[in-house]
Design a binder for this molecule. Structure first.
Ligand code: IMP
Length: 427
């Protein structure tokens, strides 16, 4: 296999960082294709914990090329801070490329992100306030500024002048806020451009050449299927396409070049931000899982909402992503439970539903139909092969694969790279 996509199947935070890190070791190139620094990947390597928000964690491997492709929105300050963070830890960034066509997150995007959330009040989306939504809005309304523009001072001056005068007008007239100074911003961003110059490239060419040369290319999704702007729980979604199709658009690669799509499934569910969550646990079991799993946002530090595994949502993820394999994560977090529940369907006004409703109002009203399974009540972190797992753990895994209709490929039983059981190599 030469080109594979790894996506989140739930609301993000499925433990993709660990799986992507594990697979990155075998990859020649790792590509990010959507989202921005709203994502957060925590990677544990020996005693060191790395936290990255924008740069693919593949950068931790000296042989792996890393690409931030056109579909990502890039905050140059965050990009340069992460480059510096890596350099301080002795990690080189010569193999990193960023697309000249990627849109920039500008300072006014962060302000508009907060203003929009404030305005929505109790209806707020619970965004990460990193300016991601407003940057994608400008991209769609053709008001965006792109990475490549930073390398052409005259082009950048022109674009920024036009865009900033409109943003400043809005800020002062509609919101009574201070305006941004044009010359200051121009100077600062051109300086960022100079610092980013060695990394900027036509990444569609770079990625396609790698695939054509038979290199192993991993497309790493950020967020998750249920946060997809088309196929998630709109409007409680992010502004990009975390699903597999998003990789083709966001990287400039045709669908015929993709060999497999793996879905990362956390063995329970979590969600940061607002919106319906049918299997949510608002009790002591939810608190215990949150505590055991240290379920607090990597990017925002917010406590995550916790619930049982929802296989109705997972079947939706299997369908819209065309999943070919599952990577089930964080199984060890459930080690202490006497019993575990799993949603096999929903009940809506007395009717059983086996597919995710496309109306948010219906989804907010459904009750999960839960199946109860026995817990394993023992530590499984030492397991290296599937046969090392207790029978109850294997029954839980088999039931997930059966209900979702997609075979298991990987199982993660701990934070370390070594705590991973491979049933089917991803490449
Ligand atoms: P935004 O992406 O900051 O605009 O936030 C939109 C929604 O996506 C909010 O509910 C966020 O909490 C959620 N979100 C964004 N990025 C992530 C992520 O990496 N993990 C989980 N949720 C995320």
């Amino acid at each position: 296999m030469s080109a594979i996509i790894v996506v989140g199947t739930q609301w993000g935070d499925e433990g993709k960082g660990k799986i992507i890190d594990f697979v990155s070791e075998q990859a020649d190139m790792v590509v990010r294709h959507q989202g921005g620094n709203n994502a957060g990947h925590t990677v544990v390597s020996g005693d060191v914990v790395y936290k990255l928000h924008l740069i693919p964690s593949g950068i931790l491997y000296p042989e792996t090329d890393c690409v931030i492709a056109n579909g990502v929105v890039v905050d140059p300050r965050v990009f340069l801070e992460e480059v510096e963070y890596l350099h301080q830890r002795g990690i080189g960034t010569e193999r990193l490329r960023v697309s000249s066509e990627a849109h920039l997150i500008m300072p006014y995007h962060l302000v508009f992100d907060s203003l929009a959330e404030d305005r929505l009040g109790t209806q707020k989306l619970g965004t990460t306030l990193r300016g991601v939504g407003p940057a994608y809005m400008d991209k769609a309304s053709r008001m965006g500024v792109r990475v490549g523009d930073l390398l052409q001072p005259e082009v950048f001056r022109d674009r920024l002048e036009r865009v900033l005068s409109e943003k400043n007008h809005l800020l002062s007239k509609a919101y009574g806020r201070d305006q941004f100074d044009f010359e200051d911003m121009l100077e600062q961003y051109l300086a960022y451009g100079e610092q980013m110059r060695p990394y900027i490239a036509n990444t569609s060419v770079v990625i396609n050449r790698a695939i054509d040369a038979g290199k192993r290319v991993l497309f790493e999704g950020a967020q998750g299927t249920m946060l997809d702007i088309d196929h998630g729980t709109y409007p409680f979604v992010t502004s990009s396409h975390p699903i597999a199709g998003g990789a083709c658009i966001g990287a400039g690669v045709g669908p015929t070049k993709i060999d497999a799509v793996y879905g990362v499934v956390k063995c329970y569910t979590s969600r940061v931000g607002d919106g319906p969550f049918p299997t949510e646990l608002l009790d002591a079991t939810g608190d215990a899982i949150r505590q055991e799993g240290q379920e607090y946002g990597t990017t925002t530090g917010r406590p995550r909402r916790i619930g049982w595994l929802d296989t109705v949502a997972l079947r939706h993820a299997a369908r819209v992503n065309g999943l070919t394999g599952l990577a089930v994560t964080r199984l060890d977090v459930l080690d202490h439970l006497d019993w575990i529940q799993i949603a096999v369907a929903y009940r809506y006004r007395g009717e059983v539903m086996t597919e995710l409703p496309d109306s948010l109002e219906e989804l907010s009203e459904v009750e999960p139909v839960l199946e109860t399974m026995e817990g394993w009540k023992t530590s499984i972190t030492g397991a290296r092969r599937i046969d090392d797992l207790p029978a109850a753990t294997r029954r839980y895994l088999d039931r997930i694969a059966e209900l979702v209709g997609v075979p298991l490929a990987l199982v993660s039983v701990g934070r370390e790279r070594t705590n991973t059981i491979v049933l089917k190599p991803l490449f």
